[in-house]
Ligand binder design. Structure first.
Ligand code: SAM
Length: 224
């Protein structure tokens, strides 16, 4: 792929909510949709989609907050991020992982990948997919919301589709939020600020936050 340099450097500083958050927004071009999928990504996505369909059909009670992103587009966005050398390191974390397909796609490309999901039934089903594919993603059951982030309490009142309960999952994982280089989340409409606040409060400078925004596609921020 030829990267359009002018697009790549269309980077601007954004101020979100108040000036204590400093982010650079990095425009991801629409042309990522033409990028080839990573080796084995299609097989992974097909296997996960089959498992998700079976899970939904068999599930006696609906998990309301669970919907899936565009996994193909996520794989292409990760390729674009790599091709443009935007990563400060090799650690990936999917916040609210569902079937942890993002974490598995990251693991496929050699990243040290973690998915955090609060619903035990989803974690169990995701782990079964990872095991069947020999995928090394670590899938943890718990809340990605760290303890003691004061700024979250106000935003939490406006959030309906994230469980805002705090937890100690990073102790179990063995990494702190500041150890991750790329975060991925699929926030429900209007709830992206909750994820931005978590990463801004505890993530390290240079960390990337990639979010799927439905029809608007992928959105990328770098903490500065
Ligand atoms: C919109 S789904 C996205 C799933 C997956 N990331 C994807 O893109 O396909 C959001 C997921 O976040 C989970 N979730 C909500 N609050 C959470 C929390 N505090 N910690 C971990 N997972 C959470 C929900 O159970 C749901 O599975």
């Amino acid at each position: 792929m030829t990267v359009n340099a002018s697009k790549l450097f269309e980077v601007h500083r954004v101020c979100i909510r108040s000036d204590w958050m400093a982010w650079q927004q990095i425009e991801i071009p629409d042309s990522i949709k033409t990028l080839p999928y990573h080796d084995s990504a299609e097989h992974l996505i097909d296997s996960a989609n089959d498992a998700i369909e079976a899970f939904m059909l068999a599930d006696e009670s609906v998990i309301e907050n669970f919907v899936t992103c565009d996994f193909h587009l996520l794989d292409q966005a990760m390729t674009w991020i790599e091709q443009n050398h935007l990563l400060a390191g090799n650690r990936f974390c999917e916040l609210g992982a569902g079937f942890a397909v993002g974490a598995m796609l990251a693991s496929l490309r050699g990243m040290q990948a973690v998915g955090i999901e609060i619903e035990p039934r989803l974690v169990e089903a995701a782990q079964a997919v990872a095991d069947s594919l020999d995928n090394d993603a670590q899938i943890h059951c718990g809340s990605f919301v760290p303890r003691g982030v004061e700024e979250l309490s106000e935003i939490a009142r406006e959030v309906r589709n994230v469980d805002t309960e705090e937890g100690d999952i990073y102790d179990e994982i063995g990494f702190e939020i500041e150890d991750f280089d790329l975060f991925f989340a699929f926030p429900w409409p209007g709830e992206n600020e909750f994820f931005e606040t978590v990463v801004d409060a505890r993530g390290s400078v240079g960390a990337l936050l990639l979010t799927y925004r439905g029809r608007e596609g992928m959105h990328l921020l770098r903490k500065v």
